[in-house]
Design a protein around this ligand. Structure first.
Ligand code: FNR
Length: 352
């Protein structure tokens, strides 16, 4: 019944996946205090190599991108070396792995980078518009009002995404997924709620897409389009308020992405049955209608519903998140039609 999930899929002439099931990026907060991946993390990924492609947990590109404790980085030699061990573990068992490149923008907190950011405690974002609440797992840390990035900051951020992408390739990753979703830095440029700029990075769809496209283009230039993917959230829902004007931004952005020939475009959402008025329905359907290349669906899918969605051509590949935390052998269980263990949040305390 789910046979189509087990068809191989060529992303391009460089990368062919053994099946259509991706392991979604899943932040686990288990890197060491220097944000270096551990042996336990390599073993955790190693248990999941049957996925057609593993996308790593979001990995920060530089110190001020950090918004959660013990999230791994890709900006020191020690981090690169440790990721080499992870990618080797995955490759030795026949798997493939992309690194998800992350800067949290206004969701960062100086608690994490006060000692290694050249003395700067600034939280960076498109505009000086803060979010309410406290850092996950650290209830005493309130989010700060961010500093609106200068043009010089923007140039440096693009250079740092490029460096992190190069570091990912040095570390043996098969490619990178730029994290442009879920309310973090890149997504903050794409929504009116967080982007109130009045310069060439704000106000119009073209301007609001400028920084995200500059990052995509610079990463493609440095590691190639076949190894570059992007995750986006056209439906604002995570640290964001909806704004009907966002539709026009994504209409333009998707049209521009269409001819970049990315390895894939990946929706970011927790439940793809959510409907957004200004997208005329589900975020996945909206992207499918406006983008003709490889699309990865995600968000509360079962093997059966994912298989049906792929059969109905709603997307090409499925990313699975929480069920992969609960079932390291998710792919084998689906193939053999075995019962899946139900996910619960208590499972986040250990790396099964
Ligand atoms: C996530 N998700 C996520 N997304 C992302 O782009 N980068 C990340 O690092 C994380 N981290 C993360 C941690 C945890 C514990 C959860 C539950 C989720 C979102 C994830 O990739 C996926 O989109 C959702 O979990 C929805 O898919 P499932 O879980 O319904 O299959």
């Amino acid at each position: 019944m789910t046979n189509n999930l087990f068809q191989p899929y060529s992303l391009n002439s460089t990368i062919t996946l053994n099946n259509r099931i991706l392991m979604a990026p899943l932040t686990r907060c288990m890197a060491d205090d220097n944000l270096v991946p551990t042996v336990a993390m390599a073993e955790y990924y190693g248990r999941r190599v049957e996925a057609g492609l593993i996308i790593s947990e979001a990995t920060i590109i530089r110190p001020d991108g950090q918004g959660n404790p013990n999230t791994p980085g890709l900006f020191t030699q020690e981090q690169i070396n440790a990721w080499k061990f992870v990618t080797k573990t995955v490759h030795n068992k026949g798997g493939k792995i992309f690194a998800q490149l992350w800067h949290t923008g206004r969701v960062a907190h100086p608690h994490f980078f006060k000692d290694n950011n050249n003395g700067s405690l600034d939280v960076l974002a498109p505009s000086s518009v803060g979010i309410e609440g406290t850092v996950p797992r650290m209830r005493d840390l309130n989010y700060q009002v961010p500093k609106a990035v200068t043009h010089q900051d923007i140039e440096q951020l693009i250079a740092d995404y490029v460096q992190a992408a190069k570091n990912a390739i040095k570390a043996g990753f098969d490619g990178v997924e730029i994290h442009g979703a879920n309310g973090y830095l890149i997504d903050q440029f794409l929504h009116h709620d967080s982007n109130r700029r009045t310069d060439e990075y704000g106000m119009t769809p073209e301007n609001m897409s400028r920084f995200p496209l500059a990052v995509v283009d610079a990463v493609i230039d440095s590691i190639g389009k076949d190894r570059t993917a992007l995750r986006i959230s056209p439906g604002a829902y995570f640290f964001m308020s909806e704004d009907a004007r966002d539709r026009h931004v994504f209409d333009y952005f998707l049209k521009e992405l269409e001819h970049r020939n990315l390895a894939f475009l990946h929706l970011g959402i927790f439940d793809d049955s959510m409907k957004f008025d200004y997208l005329d329905g589900q975020a996945s359907s909206y992207i499918r209608a406006n983008y003709s290349q490889t699309l990865v669906g995600v968000g509360s899918y079962t093997p059966e519903s994912a298989s049906s969605a792929i059969a109905a051509n709603k997307f090409d590949l499925i990313a699975i998140g929480r069920p992969f935390i609960a079932n390291p052998d998710y792919v084998a269980r689906v193939r053999e039609n075995k019962k899946l263990v139900e996910y619960n949040a208590d499972m986040l305390t250990s790396l099964l």
